[in-house]
Ligand binder design. Structure first.
Ligand code: F0G
Length: 439
């Protein structure tokens, strides 16, 4: 049963899993394929439920808990930080903003390095170990590199990082440096870095850990397994997820396809992938049809998804069509307003993540998502990844963006009278028990 191997997504050619390979001889991407016939859905779910109780170690990881559908390895080969186990928040103000009553937000920014990348990375680094790699590399808009550097450090491997110069959020660059990644800033954008890293890995015998790597995708599938387990296997009507290099939504649909094939789920949720208007090659393909065309100069404030030539577009399209999903785009203003609302709800996330909420709102307005649908939005990265975007927004300093929900800091003299004056502006009256309500 299972018998995992690498298989081409186009010509179906198969390759063994224990040799390093990222593409088929025909040039298309590879994925892990398993024989799922005969797998008992009840027994599988029961195992996952039992592991949920583990307090430490491999079973306590929100990725390895699901290892039957991720990767089965001897425990001493698994490099884990007990990633996953992220919260599924009621949307609160963000749900109201989007106009959806039952809207939950899965906060993948609560992973060990602050983004969903840790789920794919634990699997990718463990595969690197299985394959005997000593050095790993990636191109990144920031989160993949932060995650890779941390997991490589844990595994005792060297990491080599290619990032676009001056275009990644500060929190992410800080992490890459701090975790000891050899960081190369190239004079080009993410797409240039992605091309370069593929050549480097081919020629210099370094293991490639971008999401072109099929093991990364297997780990990222665990977001889906964990959400459904948190929901006691109740299936949402929609998943809404940001799209950049398009690995994450490809993983989501692959997870759902496998669960459906095994019989763990019978209903198929629809997937809405949301891109930024300035970096929207998938949206263009979706609306215009024809052949896939890379975008020359992608640009967005959501730097995590500033990508014009996403490697996983074919896997992504396959999954969206299978789920009867959609692709939507959102403007810079829509992203930052949604972010302000997600942040003010006490949840908080980086700009790219908030495409989920901005996109959900737009799809409700268009009548694609109904206000009564049960929707899960995925927040991909922590609010702390990009402090510049937060401060810029609240102080009204982001070019071309109106700070509609600004909460700017006020400068005052350090005396009681000055504080009283400011508070009285907001009609504050002391409450006998609760003190002053200041907002
Ligand atoms: N959200 C965040 C916070 C991201 O960092 C990324 C991708 C995405 C969404 C998009 O996910 O690429 O799977 O469609 N960041 C990559 C990186 C490209 O290098 O960190 P995707």
């Amino acid at each position: 049963m299972m018998n995992p191997r690498l298989a081409c997504i186009k010509c179906k050619m198969e390759y063994p899993m224990d040799r390093i390979r990222y593409r088929c001889d025909c040039g298309a991407l590879l994925e892990l394929r398993r024989d799922l016939d005969g797998v008992s859905p009840g027994a599988l779910v029961e195992k996952w439920e039992r592991r949920w109780k583990a307090k430490r170690g491999v079973d306590a990881s929100g990725v390895w808990r699901y290892r039957e559908l991720v990767l089965e390895l001897p425990e001493d080969q698994i490099v884990t930080k007990e990633e996953g186990n992220t919260r599924l928040y009621p949307g609160g103000k963000a749900a109201k903003f989007a106009g959806i009553e039952n809207f939950l937000l899965k906060h993948e920014g609560e992973n060990p390095t602050g983004s969903f990348k840790d789920r794919g990375m634990t699997c990718g680094i463990s595969a690197a170990k299985m394959l005997g790699a000593r050095s790993v590399a990636c191109a990144s808009t920031g989160n993949t590199s932060a995650s890779m550097a941390a997991y490589a450090a844990t595994a005792g491997m060297d990491s080599l990082i290619f990032i676009p110069e001056g275009k990644i959020a500060y929190g992410k660059l800080a992490q890459a440096l701090a975790y000891g990644g050899r960081t190369l800033q190239i004079d080009g954008n993410f797409d240039t870095a992605m091309e370069l890293v593929q050549q480097i890995c081919d020629r210099l015998d370094i293991y490639l850990l971008n999401s072109i790597n099929p093991f990364r995708i297997e780990g990222q599938k665990a977001i889906c397994f964990e959400i459904l387990q948190q929901l006691e296997w109740k299936i949402p009507d929609w998943f809404v997820i940001p799209g950049g290099n398009l690995g994450n939504n490809s993983a989501l649909s692959k997870a759902l396809m496998e669960l459906h094939q095994i019989g763990v789920i019978s209903k198929i949720p629809r997937i809405a992938v949301i891109q930024a208007e300035g970096a929207n090659p998938l949206y263009r393909l979706w609306t215009e049809g024809g052949r896939f065309k890379a975008m020359e100069n992608p640009d967005t404030i959501a730097t995590a998804i500033k990508i014009g030539n996403p490697v996983s577009w074919e896997k992504s399209m396959r999954g969206i069509k299978w789920s009867k999903g959609v692709v939507e785009q959102v403007s810079e203003q829509e992203i930052m307003d949604a972010k302000a609302v997600v942040d003010a709800a006490g949840i908080g996330a980086e700009p790219a993540s908030c495409c989920s909420v901005a996109g959900a709102k737009k799809l409700v307005a268009k009548g694609v998502i109904s206000k009564d649908d049960f929707v899960v939005g995925i927040l991909t990265g922590s609010i702390l990844k990009d402090p510049d975007a937060v401060i810029g927004y609240h102080t009204g300093k982001l070019p071309g963006i109106k700070s509609n929900f600004a909460n700017a800091p006020l400068k005052i003299k350090a005396d009681v009278e000055s504080v009283r004056k400011i508070l009285s502006l907001r009609d504050a009256k002391p409450h006998p028990e609760k003190g002053v309500r200041i907002l």
